[in-house]
Structure formats: structure tokens, C-alpha cells
Design a protein around this ligand. Structure first.
Ligand code: ADP
Length: 580
């Protein structure tokens, strides 16, 4: 709860004035039945009209104050709670932004979305209820109980039996419901994850005609959520009817006992009426408190889930960087006995004792079967993950000793599937470098061979790209992403299968263009096609996380059986010519 103090103190005006207004409103509620009794006992019984008018005016005045206090109290409560929620959302979002890839791998995207939406809404709703009722309900409960005793000690005995019974019952109901709400929340996670995944991949789903399968899967998850929600909520549907029943039984008992006292003249009629008013207030306050407790239990489940995000240790920071101001100067890369696993408890290594070095300006080709560890290897350079053993050095300095900003600023990574955002071509490219001029953008597009299709677009560089770049072909998207990466003027450029959708002739032109445009940058090309890496200064052949062989094309043709196999399987027709 300590973490919420910073938000409360930021908006203390709402958190003080809200409850204060509610206290004023509840004090009015306590006084009103007393005045009613007075009007009946003194005014009505004696036919004293001026007294009735005077007391009536007093009641109207109090009601007006209560109205204003009630409106103001609700306004402060709504504002305080929504501001707290907005700040909390901002902080959780900022925390997620700081997550390393392995932190993100731990949570599903759906679970993170639920936390930032539904869980924070639960906390907001609890805060709002709390601001409105924390003081109001106890004041009403205690005040009405005191007044009831003052009015008639005898009748108050009835309340003394009902209140503890009702309190115990409510408490039991909440104890049963709380764990059920936690389960319900986890089912909501699953639903959000599935929805997010299905909508993001709707094109693939349609192309595999698997809508029916997805519908059934979603139906199953949805049914489970419904079942768990009903399971939780059905406990609470007992709360209101039970309280109502208790109120009604108590009113009947009070009327029965009190009615007898009125006939014998022991209690005035007005006193009995006021007593029933207080009785209603007592039981309503109990109901309200139960509601607060219920929301508190839901909010506490959400708070625990938010704490998982906020307390998640970020395993990749630059807090201990030895040279936080150092910039990458040239782009030399060295891997020294690097070993890496995605799951630290797992013995299986994704990269096993990798060592190699590359000088700036060189082109490195990485080739190997799917899942052999090519992407993982390159993702250690901009520190998307950290090596478990060994060192990754850039310009002779361990990557951990740079600030993450400086390191990542010097590395451009283009993936096979890249994200483009809704916005113009120019805006998407400026994402690589917000200060890039149109001339620089055009030059980058020329190198990436993107200029030829952009010029055919209506509006050229102002042409609007739809979300995810869905109004572009795969090859166009890849070329735009290469241009975007070039605008960053990287010292190290990593192309991870990023020309797979581009024809070989265009791909060759892009490679040539890169050589001329970035003569000093280190270029790493991961590819399936041997033609993509054949001209590289060094080609690394990876097999099951290990370097199988390394060298240029001619060396590998002599020394590496796997390389020769890949070569002949792809260049089969030219085998004789190449061998000769
Ligand atoms: P390649 O690029 O050669 O196809 P990757 O480097 O992508 O191979 O993957 C190497 C291995 O690591 C594969 O077995 C893959 O399943 C696993 N892997 C890749 N990314 C993750 C991840 N984020 N979490 C867990 N395992 C992963």
C-alpha cells in the first residue's frame, strides 16, 4: 500500500476534501431522523404549526447542505481516483517499456494489457468507493447506533443481535468470493492474450481458413471466463437479499415491540419512526461497508498482479556501465566464448561457446538452419539479451559497459518481419532518425531500392501507410525498413533475413548500395539464400548454437561440409562452373 502514498500525496486536495464532504453529508443523515422525531413528537402531536414550519425549514437547510456536500464529495472522489489511476497507468507503462526481452518473455502480452487496463480500473473503482464511503459508512453506522440507543435502549437490543450476525455473514461471503475473483482475473488474462494474438494474426488465420478453429478456441476461453465470473459473482448475489431480509425482519421486530410501547405510552410515535430510520441507516451502512470490503478484495488481487510488474527485477540495465558516456566509434565486434540460454534453469544452450571477431567495415554472413541460433547471436550485440557466460565486445569494450542508449543508437537491426506504423512514408522513415531531412530520406530509400516504388505512390513520400504496413507488399515493407535502419547511420547494421521477400537481383543491388553507403559500418547479414552471403568477408556457419565453420566462400567450399551442402542444394545448376 506504501506505493500508493506518492499518488495520494500528489492529489491530497481530492483525498482530503472528498472524505470531508462525505463526513458533512453523513452528519446530516444522522440529524435528519432526529428532527423528524421532533416534528412528530412536538409539532404534530401538539398541532404546533409554527414549530413544524421552523423544524421543516431547518431540515430543508440541512438537506441542501447535504446535497452540495454529496455532489462535491463525489466530484472529488471521481477526480482523485481517476488521477491516481492515470498516474499509475503511466508508471506501469513506463516500467514495461524498461523491461528487457527476457522480462517481457515472462509475461504474455495479454497479461500485460489486462494489468494496464482492467487491474488499474479495479484499483480506480476501489479508490473512488473508498473516498466516498471510508468515513461516511462508519460515521453513519456508529452515529446511527448511538442515536438508536439514545432514542430507546430497549429497542436497540434488537439491533445488538442483528448487526453481529449480519457482519459475520458478510465476512464469510467475502472470504469465499476473494479467491474466486483472483481466478476470474487470470481467465481474463487468457482471454485478452488470445484476442490480441488472433486479431494481430487475422491474415494468417484467414489464409489458413482456420477461423472455425479460432472461434472454437475463443469460445472455450470465453466460456471458462464466464464460468469463473459466475462462480465468483454468485457468492455476492446473496449479500443484498440477505441484508434486505435482515432489515425487514428487524423492522418487523422493532414495529412489534415498539408498537406495543407506543400504545402503552412508553415510547412516542415520532421516536419509533426515527428509530426505524436509524435502523435502516445502520443496515445500509453495513451493506456499504461490505461493498467496500468486496471491492477491496478485488483491488487487492489486482494490486498483487500490478506488483508483479512493478517488482519484476529488470535483468538488463546500464546502471553499472563502466563508460556510460562512451560512444561506439567504429563498430568492431568480438564474441569471446559466449554461451546463452533463454531459460536459465534449462541446461540446453541456445548459443554454445561462440567466439569470433569482425573488424569495422567488414561484411559478415551468418548461415545455418532455422532455430540454429542466428538471430539470438546477433541480438546479443545491441543487448536485447545478455550473454550468460563469455563476453560480447564492441570496439574492444564489453557491451555492458556502454549506456544502453549509446550502444543501441549505434546498432540498426532489420528483421524479417518488421513493424511499420500508420502514418506517411516520410514519418515512418523518420522513426529511424527524427531529424532526417527529405533529401537524406530519399538517399536512404535509393540505397534500399525503395525509391522506385515510393515514386509510383500517389503523394510519393506523403503516401499514407496503414497500420503494420498492410497496404504494402512484403518486399516493399522490407525495403522501407532497411531505409529506416540506414537513416540511423549505424556503426553496426544487422539484416536478419530482411531481404527474404526481395528478388535476388534487387537484393544484390541493395548489398552493393550498402557497401558504398556504409563503407565503415560492420554489416551482418543473416540469410537463408547463399547468394545473400556469398560475397561476405566472413561467413559463419551455425549449427545447433555452435560455430560449425567460419571463413570466406572459397575457404568454406574447401573446409565446410555443411556449407558445401547448402551451396549445392541452392546453386546446384552452377555446381560445375562454381567448382571450376
Ligand atoms: P534462428 O535465427 O537460427 O532461426 P533463433 O536464434 O531465432 O534461431 O532461435 C534459436 C533457438 O532459441 C530456437 O530453438 C528457438 O526456439 C529459441 N528461441 C528463440 N527466441 C526465443 C525466446 N524469446 N524465448 C525462448 N526461446 C527462444
Amino acid at each position: 500500500m506504501k506505493k500508493y502514498w506518492k499518488y495520494v500525496s500528489r492529489y491530497k486536495i481530492y483525498f482530503i476534501l472528498g472524505p470531508l464532504c462525505m463526513i458533512i453529508e453523513s452528519m446530516g443523515e444522522i440529524v435528519l431522523p432526529y428532527l423528524t422525531a421532533d416534528i412528530i413528537n412536538v409539532g404534530t402531536v401538539n398541532g404546533d404549526i409554527p414549530y413544524i414550519i421552523q423544524a421543516g425549514l431547518k431540515m430543508a437547510g440541512i438537506s441542501l447542505i447535504m446535497l452540495c456536500a454529496g455532489i462535491a464529495g463525489s466530484w472529488f472522489a471521481i477526480n482523485g481516483a481517476s488521477r491516481l489511476a492515470a498516474d499509475l497507468r503511466k508508471d506501469v507503462f513506463a516500467r514495461i517499456q524498461k523491461f528487457s526481452f527476457s522480462n517481457i518473455d515472462k509475461f504474455s502480452t495479454g497479461a500485460l494489457i489486462t494489468r494496464i487496463t482492467n487491474d488499474i480500473t479495479q484499483i480506480q473503482s476501489f479508490t473512488q468507493t473508498m473516498l466516498r464511503t471510508t468515513f461516511r459508512a462508519p460515521i453513519m453506522l456508529i452515529g446511527s447506533m448511538v442515536m438508536a440507543v439514545v432514542m430507546s435502549g430497549q429497542l436497540a437490543g434488537v439491533i445488538g443481535i442483528v448487526v453481529p450476525v449480519l457482519t459475520a455473514l458478510t465476512y464469510i461471503l467475502i472470504l469465499i468470493a476473494s479467491p474466486r475473483y483472483t481466478v476470474m482475473q487470470s481467465k481474463l488474462d487468457a482471454l485478452n492474450s488470445d484476442t490480441q494474438q488472433t486479431i494481430t494474426n487475422i491474415r494468417v488465420i484467414k489464409s489458413f481458413v482456420s477461423e472455425q478453429y479460432e472461434k472454437e478456441k475463443f469460445g472455450g476461453i470465453n466460456d471458462e471466463l464466464t464460468e469463473k465470473s459466475t462462480h465468483a459473482l454468485k457468492v455476492m448475489i446473496w449479500l443484498r437479499p440477505i441484508s434486505r431480509l435482515a432489515i425487514n425482519i428487524t423492522v418487523i421486530a422493532v414495529l412489534w415491540i415498539g408498537g406495543n410501547h407506543v400504545t402503552t405510552g412508553e415510547i412516542a410515535l415520532g421516536t419509533l419512526t426515527a428509530f426505524i430510520g436509524y435502523l435502516n441507516q445502520i443496515l445500509n451502512s453495513l451493506n456499504t461497508l461490505a461493498n467496500v470490503l468486496l471491492r477491496a478484495s478485488r483491488a487487492s488481487a489486482s494490486d498483487k498482479r500490478l506488483a508483479q510488474v512493478m517488482n519484476e527485477t529488470i535483468d538488463l540495465t546500464d546502471d553499472e556501465a563502466a563508460f556510460p558516456d562512451k560512444q561506439v566509434e567504429s563498430g568492431d565486434i568480438e564474441f569471446k566464448n559466449v554461451t546463452f540460454r533463454y531459460f536459465k534453469h534449462n541446461r540446453e544452450k541456445v548459443l554454445d561457446n561462440i567466439s569470433f571477431s569482425v573488424r569495422s567495415g567488414q561484411t559478415v554472413g551468418i548461415i545455418g538452419s532455422t532455430g540454429s541460433g542466428k538471430t539470438t547471436l546477433t541480438s546479443l550485440i545491441p543487448r536485447l539479451y545478455d550473454a550468460d557466460e563469455g563476453e560480447v565486445l564492441v570496439d574492444g569494450v564489453n557491451v555492458k559497459d556502454y549506456s544502453l542508449y549509446n550502444l543501441r543508437e549505434s546498432v540498426s537491426m532489420v528483421l524479417q518481419v518488421n513493424t511499420l506504423f500508420s502514418g506517411s512514408v516520410e514519418e515512418n522513415l523518420q522513426w529511424g532518425n527524427e531529424n532526417a531531412t527529405l533529401d537524406e530520406i530519399k538517399e536512404a530509400c535509393r540505397i534500399a531500392r525503395a525509391d522506385e516504388f515510393i515514386e509510383t505512390f500517389e503523394g510519393g513520400y506523403s503516401h499514407m501507410i496503414e497500420q503494420g504496413g498492410r497496404n504494402l507488399s512484403g518486399g516493399q515493407r522490407q525495403r522501407l525498413c532497411i531505409a529506416r535502419a540506414l537513416l540511423k547511420k549505424p556503426k553496426i547494421l544487422i539484416l536478419d533475413d530482411s531481404t527474404s521477400a526481395v528478388d535476388t537481383a534487387t537484393e544484390a543491388m541493395i548489398r552493393e548500395g550498402l557497401k558504398t553507403a556504409l563503407p565503415d559500418a560492420t554489416k551482418i547479414i543473416i540469410a537463408q539464400r547463399i547468394t545473400s552471403v556469398i560475397g561476405a568477408d566472413i561467413i559463419i556457419v551455425i549449427d545447433e548454437g555452435k560455430i560449425d565453420s567460419m571463413g570466406n566462400n572459397s575457404e568454406l567450399m574447401i573446409n565446410s561440409l555443411p556449407y558445401r551442402e547448402i551451396y549445392y542444394s541452392q546453386m546446384g545448376d552452377n555446381k560445375e562452373e562454381r567448382n571450376g
